[in-house]
Write a protein that binds this ligand. Structure first.
Ligand code: IMP
Length: 182
């Protein structure tokens, strides 16, 4: 029987590495925001779910969590057209926002979301991302908190999908080209 794991060419970030990243970034955020009142950790659905859930357990601060659903990908390509499918449920005016993302690729999603939150009067906005794919950048964007930098390959697992599937793989892996060349 073929399992999800048979669709993976190579494991890029293991479960152990992911755990170490969450501990490290959680400590860093705890230190950096220790004097900041009630920051909002804003997850970008749906890819942020496993990462945000693990990361927030290591943020030792009083913080709120919120979500937005922003869609840009179609198959293995960024459509470049960012749609906000679900907006944040609270005012960001004068609030300190930590955007939590699974991966930064072209930078278009974060550029759009950061501009929107600035326009709405957020006091500060930083980004924490599990993965950074700098070779994919179309718009200059440097996230402050990065789990790990990866090459320009299409990855799935730990929240990242291929056409909405494979998000539940517990590690980050490179998808076999044969899966999307069909
Ligand atoms: P950007 O707007 O191109 O920076 O893309 C950000 C979004 O694209 C991420 O939140 C993911 O949903 C998606 N994405 C980018 N690269 C990958 C990938 O390698 N696998 C799966 N989704 C990806």
């Amino acid at each position: 029987m073929c399992t999800m794991h048979d669709l993976i060419k190579e494991v890029l970030v293991t479960e152990v590495q992911i755990n170490d990243i969450c501990v490290r970034l959680g400590k860093q955020l705890t230190e950096d925001y220790k004097n900041t009142p009630r920051p909002i950790v804003l997850g970008l659905l749906k890819g942020c779910v496993p990462f945000m859930s693990d990361l927030m357990k290591h943020i030792d601060l009083e913080c709120e969590i919120e979500f937005m659903d922003v869609k840009s990908y179609d198959g293995t390509q960024s459509s470049g057209d960012i749609k906000i499918r679900m907006d944040i449920n609270t005012s960001v005016k004068d609030r300190h926002i930590i955007i939590c993302e699974d991966i930064v690729d072209t930078g278009k999603t974060l550029d759009t979301v950061v501009k929107l939150l600035k326009h709405r009067g957020a006091a500060s906005i930083e980004v924490v991302t599990l993965l950074d794919k700098p070779e994919g950048r179309v718009i200059p964007f440097t996230p402050k908190y990065i789990g790990i930098t990866i090459p320009k390959v299409f990855v799935v697992g730990y929240g990242l999908d291929y056409n909405e599937l494979l998000r539940n793989i517990p590690y980050v892996g490179v998808l076999k080209e044969s899966v999307y060349m069909k």
